[in-house]
Write a protein that binds this ligand. Structure first.
Ligand SMILES: Cc1cc2nc3c(=O)[nH]c(=O)nc-3n(C[C@H](O)[C@H](O)[C@H](O)COP(=O)(O)OP(=O)(O)OC[C@H]3O[C@@H](n4cnc5c(N)ncnc54)[C@H](O)[C@@H]3O)c2cc1C
Length: 417
């Protein structure tokens, strides 16, 4: 058995490493357990404005510039005709509450995740290469992690707090510690994606922006620049639709790149695929009760909604920071309720994810009304939502307008049935 750690973190994706770095900034030692050898491919490349601010708070801005990651100034969403669009800039808030121009980044995840792990290791986090296979402790009270290290050697890592940052593997749920994994609303979707060279981007300083192409409900595509030449391109459709075509994934992607939206096809006319074509499905899920006396889940380990507005990295990294603050309070004996030391963390992070669930539901259920709210009626507050300023208890005017649209839509549906 290893000596007692303050914190054991399962998973060295952005949720686990940003939590480890934020804990190191507070003088708290962690052990990061990761089963994959880095660098490794991962999807999820576009950041919100607030996620960019976490990168800055972790002291990584110079690394982002050195690695020349594309600067993202906003997202443009194209209508099915490819001509009409709405634009949401990345903007911050000054101390007096006014909006100011801001930027964030797009990242190539193989490099970015390896960078975060290197930084975590350099700043007082031990890295164990192995797979977490079970928990130590009794019932609800977890006291460490069992790990199968390289070569099959079994180790036990005792810890005062266990953080589950295992992404969609949902380690603590599989161990029966948290609630079960429930299917999310967008569970019947499939994403087919790759990377291309030779595409046409937005001009000038907007060349690093995210572009979204809408076709019809639940049919869409993304276009996310990864460096000066390569762009990540993916299409997302209902799984039934994908199966109907009976095409190999490469052929399906090429066909969708030509046909999904005229604006996208024009941009990809001379483009060539430079990465394997991959798919992801059944990615929308939720886990209840994801904190306890000595454990908490961060990022995808407890919920993933839908990739359309690029909130995965945001939740991973912002929750990593929130978790670090909650762990620091708990270890210092300052938690409001020592039996549920992470309840505030759970309430805050659920509130943030619920807001994005409403944003995405409204986009899919009532796209025209959604565009009016975001682009005209509540533009400034919609910019806040897209930037990831999500954790206030009081809902903003934009969120209330979105919730009213959703309530009306539910009423109409109930009236019809
Ligand atoms: C199609 C698609 C497109 C997306 N696009 C975007 C986007 O544009 N922008 C965005 O922000 N997000 C996007 N996402 C979401 C993004 O990929 C995730 O939200 C993000 O990677 C979550 O980070 P994480 O650290 O929580 O989990 P992960 O990045 O999945 O990291 C979890 C880590 O835990 C490790 N692990 C798992 N189990 C164990 C175990 N038992 N023991 C040890 N290690 C373990 C894994 O190997 C992995 O390295 C997209 C997702 C999908 C499906």
């Amino acid at each position: 058995m290893e000596p007692m750690n303050d914190v054991a973190i399962v998973g060295a994706g952005p949720a686990g490493t940003s939590c480890a770095i934020a804990l190191a900034q507070r003088g708290i030692r962690t052990t990061l357990i990761e089963k994959d050898a880095f660098p490794r491919y991962h999807i999820g490349e576009s950041m919100t404005g607030e996620c960019g601010n976490v990168v800055r708070a972790l002291g990584l801005e110079a690394d982002m510039q050195r690695l020349r990651y594309p600067v993202k100034r906003g997202v443009r969403v194209f209508a099915p005709d490819g001509d009409h669009s709405f634009w949401v800039p990345v903007m911050g808030r000054d101390p007096d509450g006014g909006l100011l121009d801001a930027t964030t980044w797009q990242v190539r995840r193989s490099e970015f995740d390896a960078l975060l792990l290197d930084v975590a290791r350099a700043r007082a986090s031990e890295h164990v290469h192995g797979e977490a296979t079970g928990v130590l402790g009794d019932g609800d009270t977890v006291s460490g992690v069992r790990v199968r290290a390289d070569g099959g050697r079994e180790t036990e890592i005792p810890a005062r707090v266990v953080v589950d940052a295992s992404g969609p593997a949902c380690f603590l749920s599989r161990c029966g510690v948290t609630g079960p994994r429930q299917r999310g609303k967008y569970d019947n979707q499939v994403a087919i994606f790759s990377q291309v060279r030779g595409s046409v981007r937005e001009p000038g300083e907007h060349s690093g922006n995210t572009l979204i192409f809408y076709r019809e409900t639940n049919h869409w595509a993304w276009f996310i620049p990864l460096d000066d030449e390569v762009v990540s391109v993916g299409v997302v459709v209902p799984s039934d639709h994908f199966r109907t075509y009976r095409l190999p994934k490469e052929d399906f992607l090429r066909k969708a790149m030509r046909e999904l939206n005229p604006n996208l096809s024009a941009r990809l006319e001379d483009a060539t695929l430079v990465e394997d074509v991959r798919t992801a499905s059944s990615y929308s899920f939720e886990i209840s009760d994801y904190t306890g006396p000595a454990h908490l889940c961060v990022g995808d380990a407890h919920r993933f909604i839908d990739p359309v507005f690029s909130f995965g990295l945001h939740f991973a990294m912002v929750e990593g920071q929130l978790a670090a603050a909650a762990i620091e309070r708990h270890l210092a004996g300052e938690a409001a309720d020592p039996r549920r030391p992470f309840l505030d963390y759970q309430n805050t992070t659920t509130r943030g994810m619920d807001k994005i669930q409403d944003l995405i539901d409204c986009f899919w259920q009532r796209p025209v009304q959604f565009a009016l709210v975001v682009h005209q009626k509540h533009r400034e507050e919609a910019i806040d939502l897209f930037a990831g300023r999500l954790y206030d208890e009081k809902p903003s005017g934009a969120l209330m307008a979105i919730q009213q649209i959703l309530a009306k839509s539910r009423g109409e549906l109930a009236g019809r049935s």
